[in-house]
Design a protein around this ligand. Structure first.
Ligand SMILES: [Mn+2]
Length: 340
């Protein structure tokens, strides 16, 4: 596990640069929405900030009152990637995403792409992340796999930026965004927490009066399509001794009108099945299979990596080329669940 300690450089770049493009992953979640918290904080520090994101509409209550700006490309721009270990998953501009797609197709599999060439498509100055599988594709990388969330890291960062600049950065909206990111990535302090996670939540608690039941209700909200598709999830649940898996086919996802991102949240239901490892297969429109993995008390990152995926020690993801690869994956996951 590599920890990149470029924190001081990351901080000084954020203080000295004037223009920023902040990029987070596609299929955004509450933690990736902390990109808006950083954007707003940088705007308070009189910087120009453009955000590239793919945070879905149902999380629009997390969009801090960051004002969308565009950068002036005739002046220096600092590119910052947040909450993403996988370069190909970034919400990059369309032309670059197309080039990424071509490189993956040419290599056959995402993890077989020449990383140097990939990262050169749009070089990042700063990378701030907590994914253990992050290779550190920025000029300066602050990657801390012990952090529960990128929001936890940003809370530390903003405290420090406040000390350096004397400007108050923890607005109500920023606090709400950072708190939602922490509780969402940790499932309300259930996973991946350290003393520092609680400390940073404590900082937020001191700075703002948050309506936590309201935040919880917002984070828990699911559409009727989610519940409809839940019936498919339950019908397709299979178990071995220590593995539970289910399959969501594209026809059902389409029939219930579920957003792919919301379909993926059904892993939360699957996790309730007694098992060591839970695996949810989600068939995308293209026929590609998205795999979400959860280890219940056991690590699954190595399993994910063997199949070209990545993520965290107990929460990871993989992309399979087609349905043909599902059986082999299940077999490998079943073995892994017994080893655990
Ligand atoms: Mn995260």
């Amino acid at each position: 596990m590599t920890v990149y300690q470029d924190y001081e450089n990351v901080k000084s770049q954020l203080l000295s640069e004037r223009q920023f493009v902040l990029v987070t992953h596609r299929r955004g979640d509450a933690d990736s929405a902390c990109v808006f918290a950083l954007a707003e904080a940088l705007q308070i520090l009189d910087k120009r900030v453009e955000v590239l994101h793919d945070v879905p509409g149902y999380l629009d209550w997390l969009f801090a009152p960051y004002r969308q700006q565009t950068v002036d490309n005739s002046q220096p721009v600092c590119f910052v990637a947040l909450d993403t270990g996988n370069y190909a998953r970034l919400a990059l501009p369309k032309e670059i995403r197309e080039s990424v797609g071509e490189m993956i197709r040419a290599a056959g599999r995402e993890d077989q792409v020449d990383q140097g060439a990939l990262h050169a498509l749009l070089p990042f100055d700063l990378v701030i992340d907590h994914h253990a599988s992050n290779p550190g594709y920025g000029r300066y990388n602050w990657i801390d796999p012990k952090a529960s969330s990128t929001s936890e890291l940003l809370t530390m960062l903003l405290l420090d930026l406040e000390r350096e600049t004397g400007k108050s950065l923890f607005t109500e909206a920023i606090c709400q965004s950072l708190f939602a990111g922490i509780v969402s990535d940790t499932q309300w302090f259930l996973r991946d927490t350290t003393a520092r996670t609680y400390e940073m939540a404590g900082v937020i608690e001191q700075r703002a009066t948050l309506d936590k039941p309201d935040i919880a209700a917002n984070l828990m909200q699911r559409s009727p399509a989610y519940f409809g598709l839940g019936s498919v999830l339950r019908k397709n649940v299979r178990r071995t001794e220590a593995l539970a898996w289910s399959f969501l086919d594209r026809a059902s996802i389409r029939a219930y009108g579920a957003e792919p991102e919301e379909a993926a949240l059904l892993i939360e239901e699957l996790e309730k099945v007694p098992c060591k490892i839970a695996v949810l297969f989600i068939e995308e429109e293209s026929g590609v299979i998205r795999v979400r993995l959860r280890g219940k008390g056991v690590p699954i990152l190595e399993l994910a990596k063997r199949h070209g995926g990545g993520g965290h020690l107990r929460r990871a993801g993989v992309m399979l080329k087609s349905r043909q690869e599902v059986a082999r994956f299940v077999e490998d996951a079943a073995k892994e669940s017994m080893r655990a």
